[in-house]
Design a protein around this ligand. Structure first.
Ligand code: ZN
Ligand code: ZN
Length: 107
């Protein structure tokens, strides 16, 4: 399985982050959506995979204050609510791409 790599990661205004992938795919993630998908031990239970963060506890005006590459497989995102332990692998980011091609079935 080949891993897709981003070629660009840019904020879109104050509310979202856009990733342009090397295969030409484009993903736009709302900041709240990104924060909600944090995979760190504070946000996801290590063993059960249960989500420990709920969307209504995320400030609606949340935004990333820094995005740092981690090796060549992930980015670390620090958010304006002070949460900075989240590491988002490119694999995960591609998997949670909210576009209609990646998520054809709306939940
Ligand atoms: Zn987290
Ligand atoms: Zn997509």
């Amino acid at each position: 399985m080949s891993m897709e790599m981003p070629s660009e990661i840019n904020p879109v205004g104050q509310s979202a982050v856009r990733i342009l992938w090397q295969d030409g795919h484009e993903s736009v993630y709302e900041n709240v959506y990104l924060r909600e998908h944090c995979q760190c031990a504070e946000c996801i239970h290590e063993w059960t995979g249960e989500k420990l963060i709920s969307r209504d506890r995320i400030p609606p005006d949340i935004r990333p204050v820094s995005v740092t590459a981690v090796g060549n497989y992930a980015v670390s995102i620090r958010f304006s609510d002070g949460h900075g332990t989240g590491v988002y692998s490119y694999d995960l980011l591609r998997k949670i791409c909210p576009c209609s091609r990646c998520q054809p079935v709306a939940k």
